[in-house]
Design a protein around this ligand. Structure first.
Ligand SMILES: Cc1cc2nc3c(=O)[nH]c(=O)nc-3n(C[C@H](O)[C@H](O)[C@H](O)COP(=O)(O)OP(=O)(O)OC[C@H]3O[C@@H](n4cnc5c(N)ncnc54)[C@H](O)[C@@H]3O)c2cc1C
Length: 289
């Protein structure tokens, strides 16, 4: 259970990271919190010849308001997300979900960028970023591009991130005042990945759902954005029938594998149940009831 041999790099600036990635390509891996990558290296499921540690780069850390967007630096830790007054006030779904990721020791190192870039369907941030319609800023020596979270994931540990690209920050359109949001996660025990989880954002106007977004964690090869589940509540008063229709749509979108966390039938049912709970809490927050 020891990793293979690798060369360790600790650049002090983003440009140095980009130069190393440009030069080393798929021989290199970015090291952020290390709480997904290092276990994979110990199991020899990843054997990068070079590790590029980004933890000495202050420009990749921090949470700030930038015009109409909230920006989270890729190397910002989950502990920093929990402690962010800006996120607690304007985007509470992120600190609430971060508090359900692993344990305090892991959260002190684990980063938002690592969670989003990793491509593990068990990671919690991707579904939340989909529900928030966040974009990922990807930089290489050739320039910068922004990819919507909803378009980033291709399969288990497969994303559109190229070998020479670094995720530098996550851009979240600041949710309007009155948007309700909720992340509901069922897990076997504290610190475990989700059996299933659902992220919901919704806005009400004149007693009707004016907008909604719903995404699921760990019930498919990637986080799943379900337009059908959101469509089931849009335009409705979000009554019991609409919530039931959304839960049914979420279950139809779910395609979990059977594993130690449960059977396909159980995990599919939990995708529906988490969707229900998240809609009910988001609605209560949107209406202040
Ligand atoms: C006991 C335990 C329980 C856990 N439970 C949960 C849980 O319930 N929910 C959950 O979501 N996670 C959980 N995790 C995983 C944890 O959140 C990881 O930290 C996270 O998956 C990866 O973040 P990291 O900063 O550690 O990234 P790393 O492990 O350093 O990197 C992960 C991958 O992302 C790449 N990468 C990292 N940063 C960047 C970047 N800026 N640009 C490009 N590529 C990058 C790396 O090259 C690597 O391929 C758990 C981990 C442990 C050890």
């Amino acid at each position: 259970m020891t990793p293979g041999v690798f060369e360790y790099h600790r650049p002090k600036a983003v440009d140095e990271v980009l130069a190393l990635l440009g030069q080393l390509g798929d021989d290199a891996k970015v090291l952020a919190g290390g709480h997904s990558l290092v276990p994979m290296m110990k199991l020899r499921l990843a054997e990068p010849a070079h590790l590029i540690d980004i933890n000495a780069i202050d420009a990749l850390r921090g949470i700030r308001q930038d015009g109409a967007a909230i920006i989270i630096g890729a190397a910002t830790t989950q502990a920093e997300v929990i402690a962010s007054d800006l996120l607690v006030a304007k985007c509470s779904i992120l600190p609430e979900a971060a508090a359900q990721i692993a344990d305090p020791q892991v959260r002190n190192c684990a980063t938002v960028g690592g969670n989003c870039a990793n491509g593990d369907p068990g990671n919690d941030d991707p579904a939340i970023m989909m529900a928030l319609d966040a974009s990922y800023v990807l930089r290489s020596q050739g320039g910068e591009r922004q990819v919507a979270a909803r378009d980033f994931y291709e399969g288990v540990y497969a994303t559109v991130l190229a070998d020479n690209e670094l995720l530098t920050e996550i851009r979240i359109p600041t949710p309007a005042a009155g948007v309700g949001m909720s992340y509901q996660k069922i897990k076997r025990k504290v610190g475990d990945y989700a059996i299933a989880a659902a992220a919901v954002t919704l806005a009400m106007a004149d007693g009707r759902c004016a907008d909604a977004a719903i995404a699921l964690t760990n019930v498919g090869d990637t986080a799943l954005f379900s337009s059908a589940a959101a469509d089931a509540i849009k335009g409705t008063s979000v009554d019991a029938a609409a919530i039931d229709a959304a839960a049914q749509a979420a279950m139809a979108a779910a395609a979990p594998a059977e594993d130690l966390r449960g059977t396909v039938a159980y995990r599919t049912a939990m995708a529906g149940q988490m969707t229900r709970r998240a809609i009910v809490q988001a609605l209560s927050r949107a209406t202040g009831s």
